[in-house]
Design a protein around this ligand. Structure first.
Ligand SMILES: [Zn+2]
Ligand SMILES: [Zn+2]
Ligand SMILES: [Zn+2]
Length: 239
C-alpha cells in the first residue's frame, strides 16, 4: 500500500516519462501556453447575441413578415414610414410604418415559447407614486415604491405564431382600401343626415339613428378583420 506522499511522488515521476514517449509536436501543443487555439477552439466563437423574433402584418394586404432583432432594440422605429395627413384637418396627422403596398403595419407580437405576446412596462404603483420627486406618499403601497421609478413588464397573449410568412400583395391592399372607402361612402350617404340631426337634439326617428350606429359598428368590425374575406364583405355592406 502506498501512502499519499508516495502516490504523489509516483505521479510526479511518471509524468515526465509519459511526455518523453510522446511525439514532439503533440508535446509542444500540450505545453504551449499562448496557443490555446488547437486545444480549446470553442473559446474563440463569440457568444450569439440574444435576439427576439417579432411578426408584423400589413393591415391592408395582410402580408406577414418575421423580424429577428437584437433584444431591446427599438426596431419599430427603423421601419419605413409614411405620413398620413388628418382628413379633418384638426391635427398635423400621423406617421406610421408602412408596407410596400402602402398599407400601415401592425406589430403582431413577439415569439415567446409557442405563442405571440405583447409586452409593455408599467409602474409597479401608479406613475404619480413611482415617478414622484416629493416625499409625500398617499397610495396603497404605503411609500414602498415611492420615487423608485420601479417598473414591471406586463405580458399579454397575442395569439398563435403564424405558420408562414406571406409576401406583400399590392393588389390585395388596393382592393381592400377601395372596398373600405366605398363602404364608408354608402354608410355616409345613408346615415349622415340622421347623425347630424341627432347632434342637434331630439329626433323623431330614433330607431333609424340606432340602426346607423349598429351599421357603423359593423363597418368597423369588418375593417378590423384580418382575413381576405373582409374585402368581399365590405363590398356587400349596405348594398
Ligand atoms: Zn401591404
Ligand atoms: Zn408613493
Ligand atoms: Zn405607491
Amino acid at each position: 500500500m502506498l501512502t499519499g506522499t508516495e502516490i504523489r511522488d509516483a505521479k510526479m515521476n511518471t509524468v515526465p516519462q509519459f511526455c518523453a514517449e510522446m511525439p514532439a509536436d503533440i508535446l509542444e501543443l500540450l505545453l504551449a501556453e499562448n496557443e490555446p487555439c488547437a486545444v480549446h477552439p470553442v473559446a474563440h466563437i463569440a457568444p450569439k447575441p440574444a435576439t427576439d423574433r417579432y411578426f408584423i402584418r400589413c393591415k391592408d394586404c395582410l402580408a406577414i413578415n418575421a423580424h429577428d432583432v437584437p433584444r431591446g432594440f427599438n426596431w419599430w422605429h427603423e421601419l419605413p414610414t409614411k405620413h398620413f395627413p388628418d382628413p379633418m384637418g384638426w391635427s398635423s396627422g400621423s406617421t406610421y410604418p408602412i408596407c410596400p403596398c402602402g398599407g400601415t403595419l401592425e406589430d403582431m407580437g413577439k415569439v415567446q415559447r409557442s405563442r405571440l405576446v405583447h409586452q409593455h412596462e408599467e409602474s409597479v404603483c401608479d406613475d404619480r407614486c413611482t415617478q414622484a420627486r416629493g416625499p409625500n406618499c398617499d397610495c396603497k403601497c404605503g411609500g414602498e415604491n415611492h420615487g423608485s421609478k420601479r417598473t414591471i413588464v406586463i405580458t399579454r397573449d397575442a395569439g398563435g405564431i403564424p405558420q408562414a410568412e406571406i409576401p406583400c400583395n399590392v393588389e390585395n391592399g388596393r382592393l381592400y382600401r377601395e372596398a373600405k372607402e366605398s363602404a364608408w361612402k354608402r354608410w355616409y350617404a345613408k346615415y349622415s343626415d340622421v347623425q347630424n340631426r341627432k347632434q342637434e337634439g331630439w329626433i323623431r326617428d330614433f330607431d333609424f339613428y340606432l340602426e346607423s350606429e349598429r351599421a357603423r359598428g359593423r363597418y368597423l368590425e369588418l375593417c378590423a378583420g384580418r382575413t381576405t374575406a373582409r374585402t368581399k364583405k365590405l363590398n356587400e355592406f349596405l348594398r
